[in-house]
Ligand binder design. Sequence first.
Ligand SMILES: Cc1ncc(COP(=O)(O)O)c(C=O)c1O
Length: 382
Amino acid sequence: MIYLDNAATSFPKPLRVYDEMDRCMRTYCANPGRGGHAMSIASGKAVSEAREKIAAFFNIDNSLRLAFTKNATEAINIAIKGVIKPGDHVITTCMEHNAVIRPLKTLEKDGIISLSIVEGDNFGRIDIERIIDYINPRTRLIVSTLSSNVNGIIFPVKEMGRIARTRGILFLVDASQGAGAEEIDVDEMNIDLLAFPGHKGLLGPQGTGGIYIREGINITPIMQGGTGSISDYLYQPEMMPDLIESGTLNTPGIIGLAYGVDFINKTGLNNIKVFKHSLIKRLMEGMEEIKGIVQYSLKDIDNNSGIAAMNFKGVDSSEVSYILDKEFGIATRAGLHCAPLAHKTLGTTGQGVVRFSVGCFNTVDEIDYTLKALRKISSRFN
Ligand SMILES: Cc1ncc(COP(=O)(O)O)c(C=O)c1O
């Protein structure tokens, strides 16, 4: 199978990810921080080293400000529900995933917050001035994706961070489609809260993710429970990461995630980026020459995290994705990608789009084969 669905979850993973998860499970995977015996200490040490490695990847000074979660959705919910107070106003964008939109719309429906959604042009690009227009004295939080999961456009997160910081507004970035594709520096970008999955561009396994919470930000946890720390205290510990990490951690997953990040560090984030850009450029340029194809990703490849979104004029995206899978062995994702507002913006609500998302293990030959498949499909519809 040619796997072009890396925006959903990356596949394959670096070999060391499989090996180290296997070694962890077989040799030392006791409960981290829950016992004084050698195996529990080994597990705790491995988690702590993983935390440091991942924190350093985002230029987080104090790794204890990073808590592990099971995915990006959990991290986003922790961040939003943890900082919001009744009467707050929140600003977000028209390109957000349901992981952001649903918690916000629910809070709005329940009368807890008011919400402004910044509109974009027909590629989803937003005008940063519109954010400033929406800010009012009650604005407590700005939430933005780093990159759209529908067409890959990159958002001006650094500028948004500056706007938020200078006005004392919290800034939450959903790095689901940016982590591992773009350089993320929480300091330089003025990011207060960073939510990320471990299983996409960071090349870790499913069931992993994390939330960074800047020092000084008070979060009310959405869950309470055992942390292995101050067990005689009947309330949730206030120190990070225990405040957020209730219950047994996904130790093998976290180890795998750390080795995914290790692979990126060793390969070089920029080398991965340049390589993925070359594949996406080849795919998009090839598609330009195929009859009946409409594209929704920007040609400006530097502003793309690795996604080519397309349709055949008048053909349902699910049908094309189905043919690619069944007849050509190519994995893509069709439909609305859990981002209905993004599709409204792109004008593809009824049809959806076929999303090709590349990863660092795809090859030029795979892209050429995909283009060949698209040419054959085109001859059927045109
Ligand atoms: C932009 C964006 N945000 C959030 C998510 C949710 O990520 P997870 O499945 O890790 O919760 C996704 C997943 O595709 C995404 O693309």
